[in-house]
Design a protein around this ligand. Structure first.
Ligand code: NAD
Ligand code: UDX
Length: 466
């Protein structure tokens, strides 16, 4: 393979954009081109207002952009020029047809594969290509990719690798700078091995060698789904216990701490919450569930499906608790929602629990005031649908969002919420004033002293049930 290998990536989203920017920053002598079909997205990557918010991303892009990092809509030119072609397109859950609601929709992915094959086929110089699955895909997708290539791309030597991405939003740059591991799966042939080494060597420029793991293709593909399933399972497990805490007088934060110090369990991903959100957990678990069913393993499918069932229950339970503790009606009452993003330090709202909670409250005819420091007004209206327009007011100031409200629900753990002046907020609210902390970030005792009726997930409360 050419050394250093030129790199391009199809898909300039939450994964493609930050990942390629970090590769370019860490490897100044490698040319990296990030492509997308979406012209507006590429224009934004080339502007001062990047299309996604991620702490530290702006600095990384500014260092490398124009030097060895390029954002372009000329996908064919990038495919022709590059040795390593990442595919980081979206792979959402299918909404119709076979496997609807569970299986991964591979439409975008297959279009990308076919485009790579067509361009390589037409290209005169037949330099070898390494095609890298960066998107999260079902196990065996690399096989499909290879078959598409074989069928329509004659004369070009290519290898298909799986290199799943483990970054989390909000900490993407940190995660990419110092990943727990980089996983590269490839065919167990000498040619496959060479391709794996070529890609692994790119990461080894800044990631310690022992953290660059190499496996066979199917292990890499399955590890990604498994990692997300395990992480989400921890949240559903602690959330299930949160319900038990509420009725027994145990405190879920104390329980999480007590079990988390056991090194076999570990302290991370044990924060009880209104439920997990984000574009990955639900989609990837459903994908795993579908895969298990397809391979004739219904018990395994059902086991993992419970992680989703518990999460849906937790979101619904949160909204139900709000209504029941406010004397079984929120009709016509203003409720302030603090935080709409699925987690802090991102403007992303995909699968955010805030959508479920707001929709449930709207169904109960509440009036909603929403404040989120990073999510745009347009996005919130898009997520809640047109029918929400007259029920939802979006504010740029948390104090205005809470003014005149009967209750506040904290749905994202933004740091700024911890330092709000709750005495001032209390004064501006209807009484009795309620606080529902869906993230356990507020000192509820202090709020109780101010006069609030308080409820935190997994905390015993005297306001529940009414
Ligand atoms: P995204 O929707 O933000 O970005 C995908 C981009 O691909 C879009 O901009 C879309 O226009 C573009 N695209 C679609 N088809 C294309 C084509 N044929 N050619 C060029 N561009 C094309 O999605 P994302 O969040 O970046 O996720 C991408 C993949 O990475 C998914 O499979 C996801 O499961 C996985 N993943 C996501 C995360 C995360 O935190 N978001 C983390 C790990 C893995
Ligand atoms: C996740 C994985 O962490 C990452 O490795 C993978 O590449 C993509 O999917 P992401 O969805 O971006 O990342 O964020 P994550 O930090 O995992 O949070 C997901 C959801 O779980 C958020 O809604 C978060 O608030 C919630 N969460 C997380 C909890 O409720 N409790 C916890 O203890 C941790």
């Amino acid at each position: 393979y050419e050394n250093p290998p030129k790199i391009c990536c199809l898909g300039a989203g939450y994964v493609g954009g930050p990942t390629m920017s970090v590769i370019a920053m860490k490897c100044p002598n490698i040319k990296v081109t990030v492509c997308d079909l979406n012209e507006r997205r590429i224009a934004a990557w080339n502007s001062d207002t990047l299309p996604i918010y991620e702490p530290g991303l702006q600095e990384v892009v500014e260092e490398a952009r124009g030097r060895n990092l390029f954002f372009s809509t000329d996908i064919d030119a990038a495919i022709r020029e590059c040795t390593i072609i990442f595919v980081s397109v979206n792979t959402p859950t299918k909404t119709s047809g076979i496997g609807a609601g569970e299986a991964a929709d591979l439409t975008y992915w297959e279009l990308a594969a076919r485009r790579i094959a067509a361009v390589c086929n037409q290209s005169e110089d037949k330099k070898p290509k390494i095609i890298v699955e960066k998107s999260t895909v079902p196990v065996k997708t690399a096989d499909a990719m290879a078959r598409v290539m074989q069928a329509s791309c004659i004369g070009t030597d290519f290898q298909v690798l799986s290199n799943p991405e483990f970054l989390a939003e909000g900490t993407a740059i940190e995660d990419l700078f110092q990943p727990d591991r980089v996983l590269v799966g490839g065919p167990t042939t000498p040619q496959g091995h060479a391709a794996v080494q070529c890609l692994a060597n790119v990461y080894r420029r800044w990631v310690p060698t022992e953290r660059v793991l190499t496996t066979n293709l199917w292990s890499a593909e399955l590890s990604k789904l498994t990692a997300n399933a395990f992480l989400a399972q921890r949240i559903s497990s602690i959330n299930s216990i949160s319900a038990l805490c509420e009725v027994t007088g145990a405190n879920v934060t104390e329980v999480a701490n007590a079990i988390g110090v056991d090194s076999r369990i570990g302290p991370k991903f044990l924060k009880s919450s209104v439920g997990f959100g984000g574009s990955c957990f639900q989609k990837d678990i459903l994908n795993l569930v579908y895969l298990c069913r397809s391979f004739g393993l219904p018990e395994v499918a059902e086991y993992w499906h419970q992680v989703i069932v518990m999460n849906d229950w937790q979101k619904a339970r949160f909204a139900r608790n709000m209504v029941s503790s406010m004397f079984n009606t929120v009709s016509g009452k203003k409720i302030a929602i603090l935080g709409f993003a699925f987690k802090k330090d991102t403007g992303d709202t995909r699968e955010t629990p805030a959508i479920d909670v707001c929709k449930a409250l709207i169904e109960e005819k509440a009036q909603i005031g929403i404040f989120d420091p990073k999510v745009s007004r347009e996005q919130i209206y898009l997520d809640l649908g047109k029918e929400a327009m007259d029920k939802v007011q979006i504010e740029d100031d948390p104090y205005i969002a809470c003014s005149g409200a009967h209750a506040i629900a904290i749905l994202t753990e933004w740091d700024m919420f911890k330092t709000l002046d709750f005495a001032k907020i209390y004064e501006s609210m209807q009484k009795p004033a309620f606080m529902f902390d869906g993230r356990n970030i507020i000192d509820l005792e202090a709020l109780e002293k101010i006069g609030f009726n308080v409820w935190g997930v997994g905390k015993a409360s005297n306001i529940l049930p009414y």
